[in-house]
Design a protein around this ligand. Structure first.
Ligand SMILES: C[S@@+](CC[C@H](N)C(=O)[O-])C[C@H]1O[C@@H](n2cnc3c(N)ncnc32)[C@H](O)[C@@H]1O
Length: 397
């Protein structure tokens, strides 16, 4: 697939350019949605949002009410970063999103099949806060050093691949106001309060990261493996995206459910029955694999990073999240499970379209989801997901 296809299909191109910063990447298309900016309307439909922000340019760009349709679709990845004014019209929106089974999904990737609507963004916002609490920190320990303003003439830069609602990269942009932050996803970031040093790009990371090579001090990827076809290649590409001494920070879960002793619950899809979370996850894993997602990336993160010649000082950590508790779980696990409740329920229902799309009959999908919901509330069979995290530094020479 041509790298620029989504841009051309959308007929979107950067509108106005006034300055560039050679330290940052080359977005042919990006959205930076800020409804408080100038609103406009075009001839096709009412404009949903209009935005203008000069990403990382020293000189603020001219805010304009032009829509994307005012510009010729001649963009390439080579000129950038460019101030851009993109209006999201109904017609554009319908090219970014598609509706299925009552939810909205990204329209670009055939691999990533979780929703991309408001409910999902709310889930991701809540999940981000829970993950920060569970990990006890927003960033891995080397982050402060790597992002410090200690290189004269260099502006530090941070890239979040598969940013979702943007919880993590918004923190970065605010906590490190002098950095350039870039958030990439299949859908535009929907934050109402985009910091001026944060840019949202719409792209499929399966198409490669060559346009970012040498541009970033930190690359963060979290819970994106179901939309990535070849995660090992992604790790290798990140090694080129990072500047010397840079930080790679990866977090994934492995699409398995574990019992209260950390033993993997190995089930199959030939039978249907309890434990329901583990059963449901088995069907989800198979469905994601069928469409090309790299479900076992979490299991290999350590090997891919620690054996990669570009990286040093790798650190592995893992965190257990109770999607279901039992009577003998500790109070802290019970509390965490309660806190995860909304996230878990929303994730369950968010996989309906994925499971239906994989060919499962509706009554089976309903049986899986309903029983897993009930199991969570009954709290009799402890079941956990495992988040595996690896961070490392890029060698300086
Ligand atoms: C489960 S969400 C996690 C979001 C965020 N990283 C977080 O931890 O809150 C996965 C996100 O990755 C994005 N994604 C999946 N595959 C992608 C791809 N190939 N290219 C770009 N983004 C992708 C999805 O659109 C979704 O927003």
């Amino acid at each position: 697939m041509d790298r620029y296809i989504s841009l051309q299909a959308l007929n979107i191109a950067p509108v106005a350019t006034s300055s560039s910063n050679s330290q940052t990447a080359s977005p042919p298309h990006y959205f930076h949605q800020n409804p408080t900016e100038v609103m406009d309307s075009d001839t096709e439909s009412e404009v949903l949002s209009t935005t203008s922000m000069p990403p990382f340019s020293a000189t603020p760009s001219v805010t304009s009410s032009h829509t994307s349709y005012d510009a010729a679709a001649t963009s390439t990845r080579s000129n950038s970063p460019v101030p851009s004014v993109i209006s999201m019209t109904d017609s554009v929106r319908s090219q970014i999103y598609r509706s299925k089974y009552g939810r909205e999904f990204n329209n670009f990737s055939d691999v990533y099949a979780l929703p991309a609507d408001e409910e999902e963004m709310n889930r991701l916002d809540q999940q981000h806060l829970i993950i920060v609490d569970v990990m006890g920190e927003k960033y891995p320990p080397p982050m402060a050093d790597v992002m410090a303003d200690d290189v004269p003439g260099e502006r530090k830069a941070c890239l979040d691949l598969g940013c979702g609602s943007g919880g993590w990269i918004l923190d970065v942009a605010r906590d490190f106001p002098n950095c350039n932050a870039v958030a990439v996803d299949l859908i535009p970031m929907q934050s109402l309060s985009m910091p001026p040093n944060l840019r949202s790009e719409v792209d499929d990371i399966n198409l490669g990261l060559e346009h970012y090579y040498g541009d970033f001090n930190v690359v963060h990827v979290r819970l994106v493996s179901s939309g990535v076809k070849d995660y090992c290649r992604l790790v290798d590409q990140i090694s080129h995206v990072l500047r010397p001494g840079g930080l790679i920070d990866l977090t994934e879960f492995d699409f398995h459910i574990y019992d209260g002793n950390g033993q993997r619950l190995e089930l199959d899809t030939h039978q249907v029955g309890p434990p329901w979370w583990a059963r449901w996850m088995t069907f989800v894993r198979v469905a994601v694999q069928q469409i090309g997602g790299h479900t076992d990336a979490a299991t290999h993160l350590w090997d891919w990073v620690s054996n990669h010649p570009a990286f040093e000082q790798p650190v592995y950590r893992e965190y257990w999240m109770p999607v279901c508790t039992g009577p003998s779980e500790s109070d802290s696990q019970q509390r965490l499970s309660q806190r995860l409740s909304g996230d878990a329920m929303s994730f369950l229902t968010g996989t309906r379209a994925l499971l239906l799309g994989s060919g499962l009959p509706e009554d089976l999908v309903t049986e899986l989801v309903t029983n897993a919901e009930a199991e969570h509330h009954e709290a009799k069979i402890p079941q956990y997901t495992r988040m595996q995290c690896v961070y490392a530094r890029k060698k300086s020479v």
